[in-house]
Design a protein around this ligand. Structure first.
Ligand code: SF4
Length: 306
């Protein structure tokens, strides 16, 4: 992280690492999720609707090749990107037999200018064989595994119906670290019944684990989810913008300056969103976080962890 920065932004990392503009192409590779297909549960996480999370899940299924091709063309035209990372985003992208995983990951090899692969998954959906396969791509690409953790507190994980524990995440991190794979943890701020202290415990734990990247999201209510039912019955109240900004600012204080912050707010199409509406104004959220860090004279990694 450069001295003039308040936190280590992903696009800065990519520029330093690859020397040019790099665009992340998100795809839906047609995987499922054990928390939705009945292996663990049919209900899914209480906030989950992949159509709200991922553009490619909102349109009719397209071959992986076309998604990558279109994503590259978009990134070049809109952002002047020269290199690309393919992000296997929708659902659980390690939840299939090894030969299927290999077949779908191998599609990236058909394209030039791809410098990285990022694979989103659950911490209970990896093992030595899957990690060995993923690691095999690190000879040619920078490889990231993005684990949905959300919180280190098992009582919260149970409440949001994650069907995995913190221990599953810890084990996945240990196994992954033995390989040339970078780890990004996904965290949600504002989960039901979590106090600020509990949220900051998650930050402190990630700091100790020396994770390579973090994605931080404010919990938002998507139409048709269990969380919407909680909200309608007054069992859940989303964070106000200033509450989110205050917590995220403190959260960053605990995260080591070498950890890349891949995301610090959420994206949700208006037609899917119930609340809080402030997430629709992404730039305002980002500006307020910068302002708060400035006001509090703090930055990523400033707070000592014990
Ligand atoms: S693990 Fe991911 S895809 Fe599966 S239900 Fe939860 S949020 Fe949805």
């Amino acid at each position: 992280m450069k001295n003039d920065q308040k936190y280590y932004k992903f696009f800065e990392y990519l520029k330093e690492r690859f020397g040019c503009r790099v665009y992340k192409v998100s795809i839906d590779a047609g995987f499922s999720c054990p928390n939705k297909d009945g292996k663990l549960s049919k209900d899914g996480c209480i906030y989950c609707d992949n159509k709200a999370f991922s553009l490619n899940s909102r349109i009719p299924a397209q071959p992986i090749e076309s998604q990558i091709e279109n994503g590259i063309a978009f990134g070049r035209q809109r952002y002047g990107a020269e290199k690309f990372i393919v992000y296997f985003q929708a659902y659980t992208n390690t939840f299939a037999p090894l030969n299927i995983l290999k077949e779908r990951y191998d599609v990236v090899r058909k394209f030039q200018d791809i410098v990285g692969i990022s694979i989103g998954t659950r911490p209970d959906c990896v093992n030595e064989e899957i990690l060995d396969l993923i690691n095999s791509y690190s000879k040619d690409y920078e490889v990231w595994l993005e684990y949905g953790l959300q919180s280190i507190h098992d009582k919260t994980l149970k409440l949001i119906n994650r069907h995995h524990t913190y221990k599953d995440f810890f084990k996945a991190v240990e196994l992954t670290k033995k390989r040339n794979i970078k780890i990004c943890a996904h965290i949600i701020i504002g989960l039901p019944n979590e106090t600020k202290e509990e949220i900051l415990e998650t930050a402190k734990t990630l700091a100790k684990l020396k994770i390579d990247g973090v994605k931080i999201h404010p919990l938002h209510i998507v139409k048709g989810t269990k969380l919407e039912e909680f909200y309608n019955k007054d069992k859940y109240k989303p964070l106000e913008l200033d509450e989110y900004v205050n917590i995220v600012t403190e959260f960053l204080g605990y995260i080591p300056p070498t950890t890349v912050i891949q995301r610090i707010t959420a994206d949700c199409p208006k037609e899917f969103l119930v609340a809080p509406l402030w997430i629709l104004n992404k730039n305002a959220v980002l500006n307020l976080i910068e302002k708060k860090l400035e006001e509090n004279n703090t930055y990523q990694g400033k707070t000592e962890t014990t």
